[in-house]
Structures are given as structure tokens and as C-alpha cells.
Design a protein around this ligand. Structure first.
Ligand SMILES: [Zn+2]
Length: 401
């Protein structure tokens, strides 16, 4: 398949080709660059899709979703009430919504009974449309702790190591550990309270390494962020730097260690939340809450784009609002695109597969109307999404050659 467009954004800031084309063969990017040069490499029988005036970029990455939650007011109640069949159907629908938003890779950071692994297999086999899925299955949490309902309750090092092994055997791509409390679990630890010691987090990391898996730590509080960093996790989720019920304590020494050790942060930003906060609390309060991302970026910590889709108000079809928060914080649009593609791919260990327009990588692509470099809203007008060479038309090509 040959796709021609007004411009290609290759992923990294500044890498751009006007009047470009991508040749896709056997699920991979076979050639990419100036239209004439790429077209010359295509076989005469090639299927051709022309999108004049449109932009083609690498498929977008959502580094933090929960496909098993419905984004409604009571996602946990809904989950507990659903059987495996209805849950899988709902998850498939949400995966398709993400795909139609241009998202070709997601990391699912918590579900029940490894349902995201089942869905991942159906998508990979071509039975269902959807993004590439990295699945964490059941997050490790103390008995009754944050998100215990996913089935990952553990107490002490032996149970931690067993649960890591069990998740790996169930097909997990990443181990998730709830280092602090959270806000969707009644009765569990508060957001600013730690759930595991540094030693137990280190045991989690050691066991995951044995299984060849990275570790993602959910951490809202400064204490849990510092502990997860000391334990050597791969990514920190949320990273609010909460110090007690009302305080915030951003520790530059911890952030520098994160930068030095390549520990990335996924900010989990829901479009609805930041716009509501801005409306209700005003610009200064909103900026001070979210400026941790600019602060981490300045200190050299790599950022992963993520929405936490599935929790209340975090919709599966509103990915672009999360990117627009970065723009509102002052990140140039091209930089935001870089974070959402090549940057997140690198942080998730997927550089060899996706995240940029490079021959040999999987053909994970999105075509949108207009130029997202001048306005990220252009990313809402998706014309075509492709995952591993499988095209899914959203709005269709304007004309065929
Ligand atoms: Zn989450």
C-alpha cells in the first residue's frame, strides 16, 4: 500500500517531509520520504491512497489506560457486576475507540483475570480491530489496598514474588505495583500514603527482571515516588509529589536520579479534569498543579503521554485533550507530538517496533487533516489509522489516483 500526503512528521521534532509518501509492505514501513522517490519503489500493482493537504505521523501512544473500566461515575461497581464475556466485549469497543482516535499503542495498567491479554491476542491475530496492547494484568497491592478488586492482593515478599510470577505466566508485558494509595478505592490507603516499603518495591523489581519484565509504579506521594525510584522501577505513574493531605513536595534530587537512571513518568492526564479545574479554580491553581510535568521535563526526566482512560470522566475517545494540556503548559506542538510518538515508544521499550516513520518498523500510522504543528486539534480529524499495516478508514481519502 502506498499512502501519499501533504506532509510527513517522522516523530522527532524537526524531522518533516513535505509532499511525502509511505510504502507499507507486510505490515512494515518499507520506504518513507519524498513522494516521487517512495512511489518509484512501489510495485505497479500497489494500492494507493492519496490524502493531499493531510499530515501523516506515527501512530499515537497512550501509556496508561484501563480497558476494563468504563469511564463512568462508578467504574469499579460496573466492573464487579460484569461477567467475563460482557467485559471482553466492552473492552473491545473501547480499544476500537482508541484506535479511531489515532492511538495505535496502549499500555493497560490494571485489569482483572488477564482480560487485556485475551484482547491483545485477538487484536494481534487480526480477529478484532485495536491498538497494540502492553498489559499489566493484576496490579500488586496490599490486602484491601488500592485497586484490590483487580485480584493482585499481596502481603510480604514471598507473595509479591509469587504474584509477579503469576502475572508473567498469564502473559503480562509489564508488572504494575501500587506504591501509594489512590482515589478510586474505598477504604484503601490515602493517595499520599505509601503501600509498600522500598525493600518490597525492590523485591518486585528483582522478580520482574527475572521474568524479563519492566515495572510501572503507581505513586502519588513524594515518599512513594522516592521509594519507587530507589527500588529502580522503569516508570512512575501520576507522580503528584503529594506530601500529606494538603502539601506538595517536589524533590529535585529524586527527579535527577530518575533522569540519570532513565525512569520515565507517565502524567495520566484526563482532558475533562484539566479543563474543569481551569474553569473552577482558575489559571494559577491549574498551572501550579500540572506544572510538575514541565518541571520534570526541565530536569531531564522523560515523559510518557497517557490519559488513565477508564477512570471516571477519562474517556477513550478524547486522547487529544490530554495532548492539549501539554500545549497549554507551554510545550510546543511539535514537541508534544514527539512525546506522544517517539518519546513514549522509547520510554516503553518499543523503539524497535513503533513510534516513528522509519523503514523496518511496524506500519503504525495515522493520517489527519491539516497541520497539527500549528494546532494539535488537527489530530481530531483522523482520516486513516493503520496498525501493523492493517488500515482502518475513519473519514476516507479525498480522492484516489
Ligand atoms: Zn490508572
Amino acid at each position: 500500500m502506498l499512502i501519499t500526503v501533504g506532509q510527513l512528521l517522522h516523530g522527532p521534532v524537526g524531522e518533516r517531509t513535505t509532499d511525502g509518501a509511505v510504502l507499507v509492505q507486510e505490515g512494515k514501513i518499507a520506504a518513507v520520504g519524498a513522494r516521487a522517490a517512495v512511489a518509484a519503489q512501489a510495485p505497479p500493482s500497489v494500492t494507493r491512497l492519496d490524502f493531499p493537504g493531510a499530515t501523516l505521523l506515527p501512530g499515537l501512544i497512550d501509556g496508561h489506560v484501563h480497558l476494563s473500566l468504563d469511564a463512568g461515575p462508578e467504574p469499579v461497581t460496573t466492573l464487579l457486576a460484569s461477567d467475563e464475556t460482557s467485559l471482553l466485549e466492552a473492552m473491545a469497543k473501547r480499544a476500537a475507540q482508541l484506535l479511531d482516535s489515532g492511538v495505535t499503542t496502549v499500555r493497560d495498567l490494571g485489569d482483572r483475570a488477564a482480560s487485556a491479554v485475551q484482547l491483545r491476542r485477538s487484536i494481534a491475530a487480526g480477529r478484532l480491530p485495536g491498538p497494540r496492547i502492553l498489559a499489566a494484568v493484576a496490579p500488586l497491592t496490599p490486602p484491601g489496598g488500592h485497586c484490590w478488586f483487580f485480584g493482585g492482593e499481596v502481603e510480604g515478599e514471598r507473595e509479591i514474588r509469587d504474584m509477579v510470577q503469576r502475572n508473567a505466566a498469564a502473559g503480562a508485558d509489564v508488572i504494575k505495583v501500587m506504591a501509594s494509595g489512590g482515589h478510586i478505592t474505598e477504604g484503601g490507603a490515602a493517595m499520599w500514603e505509601s503501600q509498600f516499603s522500598t525493600g518490597l518495591l525492590a523485591a518486585t523489581v528483582a522478580e520482574a527482571r527475572q521474568c524479563g519484565l519492566p515495572v510501572a509504579a503507581h505513586a502519588h506521594s513524594t515518599e512513594s515516588i522516592a521509594a519507587a525510584t530507589a527500588a529502580g522501577v522503569n516508570t512512575i505513574e501520576h507522580c503528584l509529589w503529594l506530601d500529606g493531605a494538603d502539601g506538595v513536595d517536589r524533590r529535585p534530587d529524586v527527579a535527577r536520579t530518575m533522569a540519570d537512571q532513565g525512569i520515565s513518568v507517565c502524567g495520566t492526564l484526563c482532558g475533562h479534569d484539566w479543563r474543569t479545574k481551569l474553569e473552577k479554580e482558575g489559571e494559577a491553581a491549574t498551572r501550579s498543579f500540572y506544572s510538575r510535568l514541565s518541571w520534570l521535563d526541565e530536569l531531564g526526566v522523560s515523559l510518557i503521554t497517557g490519559t488513565d482512560a477508564g477512570i471516571p470522566q477519562a474517556a477513550f475517545d478524547d486522547y487529544v485533550s490530554m495532548l492539549e494540556l501539554y500545549a497549554w503548559l507551554g510545550f510546543p506542538a511539535e514537541r508534544v507530538i514527539e512525546l506522544a510518538t517517539v518519546g513514549s515508544a522509547r520510554a516503553l521499550g518499543l523503539s524497535g517496533a513503533t513510534g516513528r516513520l522509519l523503514p523496518g518498523l511496524d506500519a503504525d500510522l495515522v493520517v489527519v487533516d491539516g497541520d497539527p504543528r500549528t494546532d494539535l486539534a488537527a489530530l481530531r480529524t483522523v482520516r486513516l489509522v493503520m496498525t501493523r499495516g492493517e488500515p482502518r478508514t475513519v473519514h476516507g481519502p479525498r480522492e484516489r489516483a
